[in-house]
Design a protein. Structure first.
Length: 134
């Protein structure tokens, strides 16, 4: 017979497109950071636990990559844990930041580093790129 009614289904794709864009951007960042062995890079959880580190980060901090994975970033960076926690949470939420800190190397020397915090691929993580003070 004749149609009794019409059903219309509407789906807002704005959020899906936004997530897709963010994921693509994060994937490009992850690929470029993974290939940048000269740059010391740490991938940290929102809780500040180090998920992974490249060889350059291990060298810069005087630790092995496996030792770094067992550490809290707050223990590595030492100063202002609340400020670091806040900066990591902001980066995990999508906001980049630049901080400067003094880091104690395992050999006892102290090095001043600029730390670029970038959003991670996953929502609960951030990337930290360590750059020397020069």
């Amino acid at each position: 017979g004749a149609p009794v009614g019409v059903v219309c289904v509407e789906t807002d794709l704005t959020e899906i497109r936004s997530l897709d864009t963010r994921l693509r951007r994060a994937e490009r960042l992850a690929e470029s950071l993974a290939g940048a062995d000269a740059l010391p890079v740490l991938r940290v959880e929102k809780s500040a636990r180090v998920r992974s580190a490249n060889a350059a980060a291990a060298t810069a901090l005087g630790r092995s990559t496996s030792a770094l994975r067992r550490e809290s970033l707050l223990a590595l960076l030492g100063d202002e844990p609340d400020a670091w926690r806040s900066a990591i949470e902001s980066a995990a939420a999508g906001k980049s930041a630049l901080r400067t800190t003094a880091v104690k190397h395992r050999d006892g020397s102290v090095v001043t580093l600029h730390v670029l915090l970038l959003p991670g691929v996953l929502e609960d993580e951030a990337y930290l790129v360590l750059m020397d003070q020069s």
